[in-house]
Write a protein that binds this ligand. Structure first.
Ligand code: SF4
Length: 473
């Protein structure tokens, strides 16, 4: 089952997602399941708001002292024999990792789940350098087989049903079709084990990096992160600068709140504390360990007093699960490694101008802010980014020339001071729109209104109710 061809623009991809009822059903099922589990474990906290505030305080402190903490982390890791590389850009990070792979003679790479490696486009770079790359997280493995990116930051294959996966395994492995999850998992496990035994290089992401002890924390549910970081002779951990936290004592708090908001678990199945390469006398662990600490636009976010809050994110994915836009169009529509509300904030900085329209892809309903375990005010940041985008008039960008948008807003403000004129225009508009309505919706209008209906449907104006309760056109 091949992945569908990549649409050319956000408009096309979101339109395709919005029209895909089957996709919405799958997203609805999976997100609701996560949210139900979350509601259950959340109730076990005596004061969940207090837990959120505590998470936020730790991250606030960490981001305010990022420079010192990175220096402390680096020196602790180096003292234990790790090579630490600070990468300013995705290119630097990729080049470093490819050079380590080449210098150590690696041919086969196993990877644990890592959104940061998605961000830097690592797999194609390693493959171009002649290496075989195997994603070992089950969801990542499935999307790798389909040659498509993950569609959720926690559940990469959220857009697929067990029937889709059964058909994929049948096509790729030639096994009899089954949609039974246990048999599909066993099939994947057997193949992945083979990959672990053959690999010479392991790569994972990092959930938290403890400056005080120089320890990397990787949490997961499948054991693949542990195997990727311990079985190959060489191991590389890749993290964004915002993953650093000050103290070991902070970790237990995050382990709980991250697992609960991400999947509704009390804790993930595996929690790996990684301190360095294998030492003399130890029987397992990598002979050589590298840590890549990536900036890639994060310093720019740090310098912006509103945007810096986004660096508190612990990548739990809960804001995606509650977002009506994400649940409607799916993760691939965002065309960024980071979809959903948090993706709409970080992508313009990390991916560049191609994602400048994403802050507009939100209803600003605030569900993301309400669920976020570190209390990130996502709607406020989205509005901030919209303002910044509108202020950039050279060249003007979506949703249209900023100057024109501002002039339109000014005209509307003048009009809104005259309620009788608004009422009259409303009546004229309702009559004029009537011929375009089909089944209660207006989906096509002639120019210049086609600019609206090209990307949005418009509800048919409601008949006004008379005082006697009868509808009036
Ligand atoms: S913004 Fe908040 S809810 Fe969204 S992924 Fe980050 S921590 Fe989770």
């Amino acid at each position: 089952m091949a992945a569908p061809p990549k649409p050319a623009s956000f408009f096309e991809s979101s339109e395709a997602g919005a029209a895909d009822r089957e996709l919405q059903r799958k997203l609805e099922n999976a997100s609701s399941r996560h949210l139900d589990h979350f509601a259950h474990v959340k109730a076990e906290y005596s004061d969940y708001e207090e837990e959120r505030s505590h998470s936020r305080q730790i991250k606030e402190h960490a981001i305010a002292h990022l420079d010192e903490l990175i220096v402390e982390l680096t020196s602790k890791l180096e003292a234990r024999g790790c090579a630490v590389f600070a990468a300013a850009t995705t290119e630097e990070a990729r080049d470093y990792i490819v050079s380590v792979a080449r210098n150590t003679g690696a041919r086969r790479v196993v990877k644990g789940k890592s959104m940061t490696t998605e961000e830097i486009g690592l797999n194609p770079a390693l493959e171009d350098a002649g290496m075989e790359v195997l994603e070992t997280d089950l969801g990542e493995y499935i999307v790798q087989l389909r040659q498509e990116p993950p569609s959720h930051i926690i559940t990469p294959a959220i857009h697929l049903s067990k029937e889709d996966i059964g058909a994929l395994f049948h096509e790729k492995f030639g096994i009899p079709y089954t949609s039974e999850p246990q048999r599909l998992t066993a099939e994947a496990r057997a193949r992945l084990r083979e990959g672990f035994l053959r690999a010479d290089l392991g790569i994972t992401g990092v959930n938290f990096a403890i400056a005080e002890t120089g320890t990397l924390v990787v949490i997961e549910n499948e054991g693949n992160g542990r195997m990727s970081s311990t079985m190959p002779e060489v191991f590389i951990a890749v993290m964004g600068i915002e993953k650093v936290i000050p103290r070991l004592a902070d970790v237990s708090h995050f382990l709980e709140i991250l697992a609960r908001t991400a999947t509704g678990q009390k804790l993930t199945t595996y929690t790996n504390f990684i301190g360095g390469p294998r030492r003399d006398g130890e029987v397992d662990g990598p002979r050589e360990m590298h840590v890549v600490i990536l900036d890639n636009g994060r310093s720019t976010m740090l310098a912006d007093p509103v945007l810096r809050e986004a660096l508190y994110c612990i990548r739990c994915g809960a804001c995606l699960n509650v977002c009506p836009v994400y649940r409607h169009i799916g993760g691939h529509a965002y065309r960024s490694p980071y979809p959903g509300p948090i993706g709409s904030i970080v992508s313009p900085n990390l991916v560049g101008a191609a994602a400048a329209h994403l802050p507009f892809a939100s209803t600003l309903c605030g569900a993301c802010k309400d669920i976020c375990p570190v209390k990130i005010d996502i709607p406020r940041i989205l509005l901030h980014l919209r303002w910044k985008e509108a202020a950039r008039s050279d060249p003007p960008r979506w949703p249209g020339p900023a100057a024109r948008a501002r002039a339109g807003a000014r005209r509307f403000a003048r009009l809104a001071r005259h309620p009788s004129a608004i009422r009259l225009l409303g009546k004229i508009g309702a009559i004029a729109l009537k011929p375009f309505a089909r089944d209660g919706w207006i989906k096509r209008m002639p120019p210049p209104f086609s600019n609206w209906t090209r990307i949005r449907d418009f509800p048919r104006p409601r008949p006004r109710r008379s005082k006697l309760g009868a509808d009036q056109e």
